[in-house]
Write a protein that binds this ligand. Sequence first.
Ligand code: ATP
Ligand code: MN
Length: 448
Amino acid sequence: MPTIADIFANPPLDETVDIAGWLRSRRDAASFSFLAINDGSCLANLQVIADCGLANYADEIKKLGTGCSLAVRGRLQQSPAQGQAVEVVADSVTPVGWADAASYPLQKKRHSLEFLREICHLRPRANTLAAVARTRSRLAFAIHSFLQERGFVQIQTPVITTSDCEGAGEMFQIAAQADGRHFFGKAAGLTVSGQLQAEAYALALGKVYTFGPTFRAENSNTSRHLAEFWMIEPEMAFCDLGGDMAMATALLQYVIGDAFEHSAADLTFFDSFIDKGLLVKLRAIAEQDFVHFTYDEAVARLQAAPVKFAQAPRWGIDLQSEHERWLAEELCKAPVIVTDYPAAIKPFYMRLADDGRTVAAMDILVPGIGEIIGGSQREERLSVLEERMRAAGMNLDEYQWYIDLRRFGSVPHAGFGLGFERLVQLVTGMANIRDVIAFPRAPGLAPC
Ligand code: ATP
Ligand code: MN
């Protein structure tokens, strides 16, 4: 059975087609009804004309309402009406599953995203959420394509871990068993990043990446944070910070280009209904060079900014979201890569500069969102790494496996983490991160 997207892409005019989907609306004329059917394969509905001569017209077809599922067989013809190229003249319309009109929460009208968030199990039937789901799926595919085409090997790093990727965020803890014992022999939690394990594989396979769920027990109720999100973490041996920046830039530009090609109808929808100007903004990101500032330069620009920030920018504190957004949205109107952050505010594994003041970190900031990528060149020198770990108060015994990577065949290497939901936000223009993942998890929020 073809999807509605197949039919629109390649209409088998004057042939009999079978379709199945959900009714969006029914409109009755004197001797027939128009049925608008959506099967989720694309944004557009397929119009079906059900004549009153059909055997179940009065009993069933006239009782079909929004949300009912149905199967249709009929002849595809050119549509005389405006607004659609083809329509189906039904030979049969078979209700599959009824939806009581009085209690079905979705109506033909537009619903607010806030309302839809309360019915996560039904919201993929709304145009916006379906378009997000399709775009998200294609973005995931494009990320795999980009990395696989460049020889990256995908690895699956553990969800349960005993290594806290220090500084990334609060780890969800796994409770002890009923007898008080730790199942894993010591305290374990849900991963905040697969980076440390990915490094082990990069130092064997060269270029690797992870694409997996990531958990942070941070109590941040923002439009850009989830407690469970997905992260893509490429890690490259024999790579420095410059190579890391170049790869991250190429990845972002590639996936946006892919979205223009393969998610065009959905992107046009977002541009019209969600974020006016989205297409122009994305085109610019895909084509223009990213701006590069060192942290020193970024702080100087922020201090000279003609705006008052809630938190005054000062050398030595981490850039706040308002700072990141001002740099990308107002000052540069382009993605900005900030590098070389103060060592004191970044984790132990980032490579220390010769003067000991900064580390080889990079964040990519984009308009509308702020940080979308965080990465670094890793500290490959055994003694410097150990010294940084001690300074951070870490127990080196627990990280011997990680230290081994510097004892045996260490090489300069670098990588980054791309927050998948933030990428979906960038490409769809959706303002709230809870609308770009199917079942969002946030403080107090995990209804199913
Ligand atoms: P932020 O400062 O925005 O909280 P971070 O610096 O803690 O982010 P990293 O540890 O660098 O984030 O993680 C890498 C990427 O993962 C980030 O650039 C971002 O895209 C994404 N990310 C981080 N935390 C979250 C979260 N709670 N929800 C969704 N995405 C996140
Ligand atoms: Mn970061």
